[in-house]
Design a protein around this ligand. Sequence first.
Ligand code: IPM
Ligand code: MG
Length: 370
Amino acid sequence: MANRKLFLLPGDGIGPEAFDEVRKILDYMNDEEGAGFETDEGLVGGAAYDSHGESISDADMEKAMAADAVLFGAVGGPKWDDVPYDQRPEAGLLRLRKDMQLFANLRPAICYPALANSSSLKKELVEGLDILILRELTGGVYFGDPKTITDLGNGQKRAIDTQVYDTYEIERISAMAFELARTRSNRVCSMEKRNVMKSGVLWNEVVTETHKRGFEDVELSHMLADAGGMQLVRAPKQFDVIVTDNLFGDMLSDVAAMLTGSLGMLPSASLGAPDGVTGKRKAMYEPVHGSAPDIAGQGIANPIAMIASLAMCLRYSFEMIAEADRLEAAIAKVLDDGLRTGDIMSDGMQQVGTTEMGAAVLEAYKAAAA
Ligand code: IPM
Ligand code: MG
């Protein structure tokens, strides 16, 4: 088996704690299953800033570009509130997304049966929920120019962010939405704000055109993004795949995450276009939750989103489908057994810390192999 190159970027806050649990699973897969993971590790976010004054170094960027996949923890925290804007921890993450051209961000929101009671919504609304938010990740207001704050000289300042989308960016993300829908329930809902934004008008037009060019077997609907947010909390199970831009995707995926019980449960995959020669996509896998500085270092963070991100990595970057299935089943098993970190704790369950949760998932993974 050719070695599988993984570049690890634990980052800040609860990132490193959650990562420790992933490392143990990788070690097990290498030692006992001959998985052949070759890992290298770098710094990102505040950790990188503290070490060398930038949120990611060129050397680490190069390693990320050369790896088969990047596993990413989390970045940010109040400690870095006053660092220059270009070097803020989040800038490292945005550079990885942009330079690796990871335009497609898959954020599945699955409600594990055992957690239907942990959601802030009624159990019947979320039980069995399985939706996929496909967020455009390299365009829109995150990266548009100009992006400035100007002093107007009269005691006023003016801030500008630019929302910009070209046809090709909308085409490739909508094509991907249709392809993904075919592997699921075959429905795509596109969300934008065409009633107030030109980028919304073009988004709607291009998604509709792309649909006509070879994807008409997939059911397509459109929703204004604000109404989409409302529908997500009113009747989330109506959706299968939601495709939307970078900013709406950021917000809607946090909403979708809470439907499942906790932000601590959700993994994500960020993928680029297939390489012309090898057919392989550049890829980075990260939990949707942030660095959670308020609970960092206490050993109470939920490592499940990070472990589930590894499962997505096995599935999408290494075609290790059986292992990915087993790891996801291990997570479900541990939840069925009643183990809970604080964020998903409910009456009658057993509260555990980060390492206990990680160890329990690994044990369940091992047991399923036997
Ligand atoms: C996310 C995060 C990031 C984003 C931050 C950390 C820059 O909220 O991945 O959803 O806004 O994209
Ligand atoms: Mg976010």
